[in-house]
Design a protein around this ligand. Structure first.
Ligand SMILES: [Ca+2]
Ligand SMILES: [Ca+2]
Length: 210
């Protein structure tokens, strides 16, 4: 059945007029429902699963769309490319031993000095940001994130580098691109696993910015 479902989804994606899972509103629902309708069923219409207002047929929001109240245009699934979002590294868990070389992070045996650098897409260039040094094996940060538009973040990945600052050559823990997913925006958070570090992770918040 799963295979059949995938085939149907693939088939539907290829057609612009693929049938909605919702039925045309009945006259009774259209007149009495403040949210959205499917047949004679009235939904409150504020969620991405069933979005709409004024007794219109419900819509399921896809991808990065929100169920958004758009004033006179009513409530509908909408993806606002110009909306500004902030990506902030907030915390990490670092392994006690550097997996590269299997030794302590710093020669004097002290904890790593962890910095997260981001390159966030902004138009045809990137914004580069850098957190302060977070010390210890569970560093936290409140500064050094980037803010850019949702459209840029939908089109292009961010580059993330995590490292222990050293006098000569930094110990790099992570350097990869990451493309934000719809669920990252919905949950307002995402994390990356640090390779070779058991339980090693860096967590980020993803918030709308005024
Ligand atoms: Ca080091
Ligand atoms: Ca260091």
């Amino acid at each position: 059945m799963r295979f059949l479902g995938m085939v149907l989804v693939a088939w539907c994606l290829g057609l612009t007029a693929c049938g909605s899972e919702f039925d045309e509103p009945t006259a009774a629902c259209a007149q009495s429902c403040a949210g959205c309708c499917s047949g004679d069923k009235c939904f409150d219409g504020t969620g991405i699963e069933a979005c709409g207002a004024g007794g219109a047929i419900c819509d399921r929001c896809e991808g990065l769309e929100d169920c958004a109240d758009r004033g006179e245009a009513g409530r509908s699934c909408y993806f606002d490319r110009s909306e500004r979002w902030r990506i902030q590294p907030v915390s990490a868990v670092i392994a006690p031993i550097n997996p590269i070389g299997d030794e302590e992070w710093d020669i004097d045996g002290s904890a790593p000095d962890v910095v997260v650098e981001l390159e966030c897409p902004a138009g045809d260039k990137d914004i580069k940001t850098r957190t302060p040094e977070g010390s210890g094996y569970t560093p936290t940060w409140t500064e050094g994130g980037c803010t850019t538009t949702r459209g840029d973040l939908a089109d292009r990945s961010i580059y993330i580098e995590v490292f222990d600052v050293d006098v000569t050559i930094d110990d790099v823990m992570f350097s990869e691109r990451y493309l934000l997913k719809a669920e990252d925006f919905r949950s307002g958070t995402f994390s990356i696993a640090l390779p070779e570090q058991e339980k090693g992770v860096v967590r980020f918040t993803l918030t709308r910015s005024p």
